[in-house]
Design a protein around this ligand. Structure first.
Ligand SMILES: [Mg+2]
Length: 163
């Protein structure tokens, strides 16, 4: 592991990229449709909620949008999914042929709100040399965080945060 690899919880699809223009894409509610298990999130039944992730259908429009981005952009999937979902998430991305270069899940023993974790990763990505062009995100709290961090954010409506 060298500094070029980035933090130890980062997973590269085809090996490390040293920086350059990048787009951040959230997973749940942006490229993956977990709408049918939002009742578990509302009830804070997190183990059952996350157990359903592998079976979620893709959100075809955003998967196609990400696939159509310029080839020289690095696609960073930044999700607050817990670390134990890494292999399920990798399998899901492969099954649905999602374009991505770097996958970031919450590292083991990471606590606190999603927006604080994602803000830290924004700092990590910039430190690594990425120029963050914009983010796709469905959680209004993260949209606000990106605005505060000078990352232009495209809000994707999932309906998850209406309830
Ligand atoms: Mg989301």
């Amino acid at each position: 592991m060298s500094e070029y690899d980035g933090p130890s919880h980062w997973r590269w699809r085809d090996g490390p990229i040293g920086g350059g223009p990048a787009v951040i894409v959230d997973v749940d509610g942006v490229i993956s449709d977990g709408n049918n298990r939002q009742h578990l999130a509302q009830a804070r039944r997190w183990d059952e909620f996350f157990a359903g992730c592998p079976d979620d259908p893709p959100l075809e429009a955003t998967v196609a949008l990400v696939g159509s981005l310029a080839a020289d952009l690095t696609v960073v999937l930044l999700t607050a999914r817990p670390w134990h979902l890494l292999s399920d998430t990798l399998g899901w991305l492969k099954m649905h042929e999602v374009r991505w270069d770097l996958l970031i899940l919450r590292p083991p023993n990471s606590g606190g709100p999603s927006r604080a974790y994602k803000a830290t990763e924004v700092d990590n990505l910039r430190h690594h040399g990425f120029d963050l062009l914009y983010a796709l995100e469905d959680d209004p709290r993260n949209v606000e965080m990106y605005a505060g961090a000078d990352v232009p954010c495209v809000y994707v409506y999932s309906g998850y945060y209406d309830r």
